[in-house]
Structure formats: structure tokens, C-alpha cells
Design a protein around this ligand. Structure first.
Ligand SMILES: [Zn+2]
Ligand SMILES: [Zn+2]
Length: 97
């Protein structure tokens, strides 16, 4: 912490301590104004911001990879067709072009 005698450019409050050494006192902000300048705090329970992408449900099963014949016990989706399932490795390979 740097001790000093500065003035907040936002509310005019005295600033006596800063986490950094300022070059000048222009544009300095007290903690309250600084956090205000960062914008309104986001409300985590507000879903208007879009998808939070929580845990994807996994489907357990007993399938077989059509690529390498490895056993597949877990899939991120419920397969409709089990004859052409791919394990994660084969799936990645089929995607890699
Ligand atoms: Zn201030
Ligand atoms: Zn495979």
C-alpha cells in the first residue's frame, strides 16, 4: 500500500491509501467510486445474461464403439441409434479434418 494525500476524482473524498503508486492525482478514484466505475454488480441469479452452461446430464449405458469396438459406458446424450456410436476418441477423429 502507498500512503499519500490524494483526492477522489469521482466524489471528492480524501484518499490516503492506494494499492499502487499514482503518477498524479488526476482520475484517481476512491474504492467506492472505483467499484462503481466497474459497472453494476452482476446478479448471479439473473438469467437474462444467457446460458450458464451447467452440468450436462450424462447417460449411462452399455454400448460399443463402431469405430474401434471399445466399450462405451457414458454418453453426453441418449443415443437413438446404437449401431453407429463412436467413442470419444473416434468421435474426435471423425471431427478432425
Ligand atoms: Zn470517490
Ligand atoms: Zn472408438
Amino acid at each position: 500500500m502507498h500512503q499519500g494525500n490524494w483526492k477522489c476524482g469521482g466524489c471528492g473524498a480524501a484518499i490516503t491509501e492506494l494499492p499502487f503508486e499514482p503518477r498524479g492525482d488526476v482520475g484517481l478514484m476512491c474504492k467506492a467510486c472505483f467499484s462503481k466505475s466497474r459497472g453494476p454488480a452482476r446478479n448471479p441469479s439473473d438469467n437474462s445474461g444467457g446460458n450458464t452452461g451447467g452440468d450436462k446430464p450424462k447417460h449411462q449405458g452399455d454400448w460399443k464403439c463402431s469405430g474401434c469396438s471399445k466399450a462405451i459406458t457414458e454418453l453426453p446424450f441418449k443415443p437413438r441409434e446404437t449401431s453407429n456410436l463412436l467413442c470419444l476418441d473416434c468421435f474426435k477423429q471423425s471431427r478432425a479434418v
